[in-house]
Design a protein around this ligand. Structure first.
Ligand code: AMP
Ligand code: MG
Length: 342
């Protein structure tokens, strides 16, 4: 097949690792033709895996047909189907995998299993033009600092307990804030933090290259409940401590790896205060700084479609019989054959 013909080909990607069901469409040369998502919003509390999975099953056909319409393609135009194979919540992953398997079988096209964390890194690189970045990937379920070395995205530091987005979300719920469409809980904390003035004493826990956020979360909730500080001040202080911790780890990884680019990706990438802190350390190390555009920051199908293209064009397909989901599939277990740095 000629290069032109290859570039006309299309990968459809399905994301369903947690609260979002997304379908993206990418061409083999990296044009994103569609990116449609439908998020599950729990009535109370955090994500309930089976309820989220039921949501995904209910919206799958609608999201799929919206994505095809947005991409202006017919199902027969799809050459490859990719799906997020892990890590994530079992029932949610299995729902997306079932849709992907059925679609690949019906269309008689290859199936590709994509690692969700690799997806966040690759869409960040595609959309910002970063080539070989040190990446802070911070979302509702993951917080890690990674960079490519010797065939894989290695983890240079990560949370030892809860993820940064989860920390903000749990705090927000404890404070009585409500998740609304268009305003994730983390964004609500960000807005309140802008009005905070006083720094509340809270724990700061960096252990070696890793960090811990659960003690900080408990202390922030307790500080609020005691009523000695305003909600704005606690939001401000929670952000300052949590973001300083991830920035410290990122800076040390940057000094160690000597990468020349810093990339921020994942749902929490939308946060302006976090962006500012990272920009400062990047500049101090003569590295460029970029943030994934907001529509590709939270979990989305486009990142799975694009990583599906990269994997497929390097021979990484998965037979349906072996396409079981991988709940704890770490990013540093994935061979990224398409990256060519040393
Ligand atoms: P993801 O897990 O990638 O889908 O991202 C969702 C997470 O991003 C949730 O924890 C949100 O609260 C968080 N988030 C979204 N917008 C913001 C923001 N502006 N500041 C902080 N966190 C945010
Ligand atoms: Mg999500």
């Amino acid at each position: 097949m000629t290069a032109d013909k290859l570039n006309e080909r299309i990968c459809l990607g399905i994301e369903s690792t947690a609260d979002d069901f997304g379908v993206g469409v990418a061409t083999f040369n990296g044009d994103i033709l569609a990116n449609v998502s439908n998020g599950y919003i729990p009535e109370t509390g955090g994500i309930h895996p089976r309820e989220a999975a039921r949501h995904h099953a209910e919206v799958a056909d609608k999201v799929l047909s919206e994505a095809l319409t947005q991409a202006k393609i017919k199902p027969k135009d799809v050459s490859v189907v990719a799906f997020a194979q892990g890590p994530g919540l079992g029932p949610c992953l299995r729902t997306g995998a079932t849709v992907a398997r059925a679609l690949a079988a019906y269309l008689e096209v290859p199936l590709v299993g994509v690692n969700h964390s690799v997806g966040h890194i690759e869409i960040g690189k595609l959309k910002t033009g970063a080539k070989d970045p040190l990446t802070l990937y911070a979302s509702g379920g993951n917080t890690m600092v990674t960079a490519y070395t010797s065939g894989r995205y290695r983890v240079f530091g990560e949370t030892l307990d809860i993820a940064l987005g989860n920390c903000l979300d749990v705090f927000a719920r404890e404070a009585g804030l409500k998740h609304r469409k268009g305003l994730p809980l983390g964004a609500a904390v960000e807005q309140l933090a802008l009005k905070g003035k006083r720094l509340v004493p809270l724990p700061y826990v960096v252990k070696g290259m890793d960090l811990s956020l659960s003690g900080l979360l408990t202390a922030a909730v307790t500080a609020l409940q005691k009523g000695m500080f305003s909600l704005e001040d606690v939001c401000y202080s929670l952000q300052e401590n949590a973001f300083s911790m991830v920035t410290e780890v990122t800076e040390r990884a940057l000094a160690h790896t000597e990468k020349k680019e810093v990339l921020l990706t994942g749902g929490v990438a939308a946060n302006k205060r976090l962006q500012t802190m990272l920009r400062v350390i990047a500049e101090e190390h003569d590295a460029s700084f970029s943030v994934v555009p907001q529509s590709f920051a939270t979990d989305n199908g486009a990142m799975i479609a694009w990583t599906g293209v990269l994997a497929y064009t390097h021979g990484l397909t998965v037979p349906v019989a072996e396409s079981f989901v991988r709940l704890r599939w770490r990013v540093d277990k994935v061979d990224v054959l398409w990256v060519k740095q040393p």
